[in-house]
Design a protein around this ligand. Sequence first.
Ligand code: UDP
Length: 240
Amino acid sequence: SSSAVKYKRIVLKLSGEVLRGGKSGDPIDAPTLHAICNQVKEIHDLGVQVCVIIGGGNIFRGLQGSKHGVDRTTGDYMGMLATVINGLAIMDCLEKLGVTTRVQSAIPMNQIGEPFILRRAVRHLEKGRVVIFVAGTGNPYFSTDTTAALRASEMRADIIMKATKVDGIYDKDPALYPDAVKYEELTFLDALKQRLNVMDSTAFSLCLDNNVPILVFDLGDEHAIRKAIAGEKIGTLVHA
Ligand code: UDP
């Protein structure tokens, strides 16, 4: 029912690392992929319009590559291609669960997916298709968090749901400080003042300027996304 839905159109940002996991430790772990796609199906079945932005960090990151001698720009293109691999895995799994998808790539690859076309992407959502945006923004020196901020602004999404392996934003690194405190909610200004790492600065300023709220949460709970959609208090919500 619609009462279970607080957000109608969302951008779900999955970092590449959320696909790794399970016993295999593979960059794309099959049961982990399946569990995530089940969560997407669950909210899709509620009528939520879902755009997926997938990262590539489980396979390649340009900045890391550049530390090992790969030219930064080349490395960034390698990273963008990594997101395409992940996006196809998500497409395949969602389709097998009965969810219709469309892949749109910021770098044209006609055999693999459509090029990114805003109005077409909106139309797909209206027809109940999940749109998977791959190849980031298509530009080096950007991130898939920035892609999420950009697409959420363009698509007029209600929120970015940023799924990571931490369950929210803390006042200090919980891995280093056992007394770290998690925030339930923050304003953009609080996050800036306290120099909290919500997203990289380019992504963060886009969200701030275009007033796109960000929910940072952990995908560990098998119904995490549905709970977030229902407005349950999970993760940390950053808003205006
Ligand atoms: N990337 C890029 N431009 C973009 C998006 C991504 O150059 O618009 C490259 C960049 O090298 C990045 C890699 O693709 O490190 C993978 O994306 P990201 O690090 O954002 O993935 P995540 O950390 O979410 O898995």
